[in-house]
Design a protein around this ligand. Structure first.
Ligand code: FES
Length: 145
């Protein structure tokens, strides 16, 4: 076996170990959301926006496009951990098509349930996402939405 093949083998083994550790720590849904965060990004001139810095010092921002009081589009951005990516992505997917009034009722417990849970040390990441949503709702009301 060449040195190149040896190196590839070590990298492959390492990747498999990372994947196994990830699967032991996070639910399938969480992994799916953070590996492909389709709502990650910004909306140009959003109708409502909000940003929150969590106790872990990570930030999340959320932008909404709203028409006739209904969320047409939702994006999020975060500099936080993988769990925060999963939470932001799931939450923005959940709120698309909903009335602004319905958003108030969404709790971090509900988000955690939809994601099939998070390890205790990452549950605050779900709160960061929901707190950010609440900031967006405040912005909506400020703008008369
Ligand atoms: Fe800060 Fe997850 S958002 S640790």
């Amino acid at each position: 076996m060449s040195e190149d093949n040896d190196f590839e083998g070590v990298v492959k083994e390492l990747q498999q170990k990372i994947d196994r550790d990830e699967e032991e720590t996070y639910s399938k849904k969480v992994i799916k959301e953070y590996r492909n965060p389709v709502n990650f990004g910004f909306i140009e001139n959003p109708d409502a926006t909000g940003q929150v810095k969590g106790p872990c010092n990570d930030t999340m921002r959320m932008d909404l496009r709203i028409k006739d009081n209904v969320v047409q589009d939702a994006c999020f951005w975060t500099d936080g951990c993988g769990a925060s990516l999963a939470c932001g992505n799931m939450l923005t997917s959940m709120i698309k098509g909903k009335n602004i009034e319905e958003l108030d009722g969404i709790s971090s417990e509900q988000l955690l349930e939809v994601l099939d849970g998070l390890p205790k040390e990452h549950q605050h990441c779900a709160r960061l996402a929901v707190d950010t949503l609440h900031e967006v709702i405040k912005d909506c009301h400020k703008k008369g939405g």
